[in-house]
Design a binder for this molecule. Structure first.
Ligand SMILES: NC(=O)C1=CN([C@@H]2O[C@H](COP(=O)(O)OP(=O)(O)OC[C@H]3O[C@@H](n4cnc5c(N)ncnc54)[C@H](O)[C@@H]3O)[C@@H](O)[C@H]2O)C=CC1
Ligand SMILES: O=C(O)/C=C/C=C(\O)C(=O)O
Length: 487
């Protein structure tokens, strides 16, 4: 076996080796990146106990300024090791280097800085009232730490989504046991090194590697001594975790799957809409829960839009992460590729026209052992087709024509999911009218994946439960209580 690094768990300020190891594979060429120590039940127990101890003994007693300063130190630490984080994300996921630099690692830093600043500038609510005897009363709202938060994160945006949860959890005075996806353990391990170097007290941040069922994920989500679980991943996994959390009535926050729509009206800025739909369909090989898999185009524009999208899709550079002009890397794993290819096949069986792609690119080199698929455009399916209703999570979108605003709103909302939607139009009142009728957690108008970290983020229906972001994160990661004073 090649000589590769061993990634260990980080518990109570110590790096732990465990007897069970699993492989971390580079999806570009199938080569081994590292071996990873899988946390068993005893390791997870150790991590939760350490977090609870740290929560009582140290972390929640630090004041806001002290916690904020430590979060900024973590952000500084990521910045100082920026290139290592980029390399970690790239070798685990195969994504383009430019994406890891501009999106993943940059957002990891921003998550720590945003929540460090937010706890210092945030205000509390106060309500004045009158008691039965006529005296004046005031109520004010306080936020206290929950205790230990279990964080279970996915592989599609590993550092971004892990830090999106770790930063506000720590900011609000909680301790953390984090389990990153088994597919992407590297940047989480680097983050633990940075947190250690930043000088956080032992036990405040713990990292356990492993899988979901019968492994670290299940041990963590069913542990009786954690106060809350935050999870991003597949909707079915959310259901399983919710059942585990019901025992002990733990708080949960879920960001789950999507089957997001983009709607392009004939009055849209054509160039902006085409570029936007290219991004929203193919960024990160379509492996973002916010990606558009259903694109509805107003009929007068349909043919022109389809032809131009096909041209640009076929021109996408699918290659090595550091190749010049690379647009798209592989999928996360061969297993996930099987899933995406099964939907390409299903689309054919359901009667789709394959407008572009639909298969596996052949390179004639080591990338043929990787997890690449072609970016793909489908057309001709009814809204009832499985490919139109189930999340594929690959670089694929389906194009459908529509005739009226009412019709397209109904079609967009006819989904079990409700995460995100995009509207492309230059008609101001239509933009507001349509956006207000979508049953999704977020609607983007003439843009996609433009994130203000202070805004609430999450989905309706199968797409999630609760909201994180800005003060909504501060609410989730704290026990809110009211103090009522009679003056
Ligand atoms: N953000 C999203 O919408 C995401 C969607 N997916 C979709 O989900 C499919 C499956 O991918 P997975 O990586 O298996 O996603 P997943 O939802 O199963 O995994 C996400 C995280 O949950 C953990 N996990 C899995 N089962 C668990 C359990 N029973 N208890 C506790 N933790 C558990 C995993 O170890 C990982 O850390 C993908 O093919 C993709 O379509 C995957 C990742 C993210
Ligand atoms: O917080 C963000 O900006 C992005 C979130 C993306 C996901 O939750 C996802 O792809 O799963």
């Amino acid at each position: 076996m090649a000589d590769v690094p061993l990634l260990r768990c980080f518990v109570d300020g110590q790096w732990l080796e465990t007897p069970h190891r699993f492989s971390n594979i580079n999806p570009v060429n199938g080569q081994l990146v590292s071996m990873v120590c899988e946390a068993d039940a005893a390791t997870v127990q150790h991590a939760v106990a350490a977090a609870n101890r740290a929560s009582q003994d140290t972390w929640k007693h630090l004041n806001l300024n002290e916690r904020a300063a430590l979060l900024h130190r973590i952000a500084d630490g990521i910045e100082q090791r920026f290139d290592e984080f980029v390399q970690a994300e790239v070798s685990d996921t195969g994504r383009p280097v430019h994406q890891a630099r501009s999106l993943d690692v940059a957002r990891g830093i921003a998550n720590f800085r945003t929540f460090a600043d937010l706890i210092k500038t945030g205000s509390s609510e106060m309500f004045e009232g009158i008691a039965p005897d006529g005296a004046k009363i005031i109520n004010y709202i306080t936020r206290k730490p929950l205790g230990t938060v279990g964080i279970i994160s996915p592989w599609n945006l590993p550092l971004l989504l892990l830090t999106w949860k770790v930063a506000p959890a720590l900011a609000m005075g909680n301790c953390v046991v984090a389990k990153p996806s088994e597919e992407t353990p590297s940047s989480a391990t680097l983050l633990a090194e940075v947190i250690q170097a930043a000088g956080l007290p032992h036990g405040v941040f713990n990292l356990v590697h492993g899988f979901g069922p019968n492994s670290a994920g299940e041990y963590l989500s069913s542990h009786p001594d954690i106060a809350a679980i935050t999870f991003t991943g597949e909707s079915r996994t959310g259901t399983t975790i919710m059942k585990a959390a019901a025992e002990g009535v733990k708080e949960v926050s879920f960001e789950l799957g999507g089957k997001n729509a983009a709607v392009v009206f004939a009055d849209a800025d054509f160039e902006a809409a085409i570029a936007g739909v290219m991004r929203s369909s193919f960024t990160n090989s379509g492996q973002v829960c916010l990606c558009s898999e259903r694109v509805y185009i107003e009929r007068p524009l349909f043919k022109r839009f389809l032809e131009e999208l096909k041209r640009r899709c076929e021109a996408l550079v699918v290659s090595y992460p550091d190749a010049p002009n690379v647009d798209m890397g592989p999928l996360i794993s061969l297993q996930h590729r099987d899933k995406v290819l099964s939907y390409y096949q299903l689309a054919r069986e359901e009667g789709a026209t394959i407008v572009a792609g639909g298969g596996v690119p052949r390179f004639g080199d080591e990338r043929d052992q990787g997890a690449y698929v072609q970016p793909t455009i489908l057309a001709g399916l009814p809204d009832s087709a499985r490919c139109m209703r189930e999340e594929i999570f690959g670089p694929v979108c389906h194009l459908s024509p529509f005739d009226t605003e009412e019709e397209v709103i109904a079609r967009v909302n006819d989904s079990a999911y409700g995460l995100a939607a995009c509207v492309w139009t230059t008609h101001l009142s239509r933009a507001h009218r349509v956006a207000s009728q979508f049953e999704t957690g977020i609607v983007w108008v003439n843009t996609w994946f433009t994130r203000d970290l202070r805004t609430p983020f999450g989905g309706t229906k199968l797409s999630g439960l609760g909201r994180e972001g800005g003060r909504y994160s501060l609410d989730f990661y704290s026990e809110i209580s009211t103090v009522c004073i009679k003056l």
